[in-house]
Design a protein around this ligand. Structure first.
Ligand code: PLP
Length: 393
């Protein structure tokens, strides 16, 4: 571990800091460190490993595809990206077209370009949102400290308070190309907007002729208990961006344009060498198949509810409430000690995420069993106690 830390510090740029734990293998919702110590993984590579670690369906699909045809670029047709695009169109349940990329930020870059293609100059996004670290996605991201070191930003983006329909209504006009929103703020710790917010955003954008772009990079692919979070809001957006859980651990992103939004990019206007890589698409097809075959949407809804009610039922003084949906949960703390709670959890054999100081985020694999959820709930009070102690003068 010390050796790995030193090598990390010497060879890698210092943008992440040095991680406190070295992992060597994983299976399902469990991971092990170099000393053979086991952890229950409620981070899943930041909401990525939808089927957990080393799922046989992903392993098989990736191995078979790599053995047959690893990469061809978009200069040639190949079956896996076409099959995956077709399946995603089925899942959004509307006429749509897809462009593939390699990450969430890139999916939002594609959406940004689609917005520019409307010919309108401005974009409205939300404060506290997170859309990625590339320059376009960063301009959309509603967190000034992340933007400041890289100014000037890509022009035309303004931010309004998340969840505030009146503010959105005031900000969107005939110059607005698109409104970019996360259905639930993921990196901010699973912050759910007030009921009716997404439906209101849909009405406002439709009335002004602006696109509604939903960033489902974190909420999509079953994370909240439906294929996409927008389906629970009863709306149809113009553009949906995906990444994280889609590839089950392999890097793939997608930008889906519904209806006319799927026709705005013209030949030569966008592209990426790796987008639609057959191996990543094979992994994604395996993830989507397994979610259906194993009834994981219902499972996520059920286990997510058990986890959320279980945490609230602890009645721990450090817990104000549990926010989020499905298996994207934010434990809102009464004090800003999420780092202490997450550190104590790690010591106790559980990986959880200190999203922001006042919130702990739980984003376990969608396959998290009820037994594993119970194991976490039984252990959680002692981690919360550690956080409580840290608040004492
Ligand atoms: C909602 C959302 N959008 C975009 C991103 C950026 O994705 P990536 O890190 O794959 O570029 C993230 C990552 O956390 C995210 O949560």
């Amino acid at each position: 571990m010390t050796d790995l830390s030193q090598r990390w510090q010497a060879a890698l740029m210092n943008n992440y800091g040095t991680p406190p734990l070295a992992l060597v293998r994983g299976r399902g919702a469990e991971v092990w460190d170099a000393d053979g110590r086991r952890y229950l993984d409620l981070v899943s590579g930041i909401a990525v490993n939808a089927l957990g670690h080393a799922h046989p369906a992903v392993l098989e699909a990736v191995t078979a595809q790599l053995g047959q045809l690893g990469h061809v670029s978009n200069l040639y047709l190949a079956e896996p990206p076409i099959a995956l695009a077709e399946r995603l169109v089925e899942l959004v349940d509307a006429p749509a077209r897809v462009i593939f990329c390699n990450s969430g930020a890139e999916a939002n870059e594609a959406a940004f370009k689609i917005a520019r293609r409307t010919g309108r100059p401005s974009i409205v996004a939300a404060e506290n949102s997170f859309h990625g670290r590339t320059m376009g996605a960063l301009a959309l991201t509603g967190q000034q400290p992340k933007r400041t070191p890289f100014e000037p930003m890509t022009p035309g983006v303004s931010h309004v308070p998340y969840g505030d329909l009146a503010a959105l209504d005031a900000a969107v006009d005939a110059d607005t190309a698109a409104v970019f929103l996360e259905p639930i703020l993921g990196e901010a710790g699973a912050v759910t907007p007030p009921p009716g917010y997404l439906a209101g955003a849909r009405e406002i954008t439709a009335a002004r002729g602006a696109l509604l772009v939903l960033d489902e990079v974190q909420t999509g692919i079953g994370r909240t208990g439906s294929w996409f979070a927008f389906q629970q809001a009863g709306i149809v957006p113009d553009v949906v961006t995906l990444a994280k859980g889609l590839g089950g651990g392999l890097p793939i992103g997608a930008c889906i344009g519904l209806g006319a939004a799927g026709d705005l990019l013209e030949p030569g206007q966008h592209g990426t060498t790796f987008g639609g890589n057959p191996v990543c698409c094979a992994a994604a097809l395996a993830v989507l198949r397994t979610i259906t075959d194993d009834g994981l949407l219902e499972h996520v809804t059920q286990v997510g509810k058990e986890l959320a009610t279980g945490v609230e039922a602890l009645g721990h003084p450090l817990v104000r409430r549990v926010d989020g949906a499905g298996l994207l949960l934010g434990i809102e703390l009464t004090e800003p000690v999420s780092t202490v709670v997450a550190g104590a959890a790690r010591e106790g054999g559980f990986l959880i995420n200190n999203a922001v100081p006042g919130r702990v985020r739980l984003v376990p694999p969608l396959v998290l069993s009820e037994a594993h959820a119970g194991e976490f709930l039984a252990a959680l009070p002692s981690f919360l106690d550690a956080g409580q102690v840290a608040t004492q003068p």
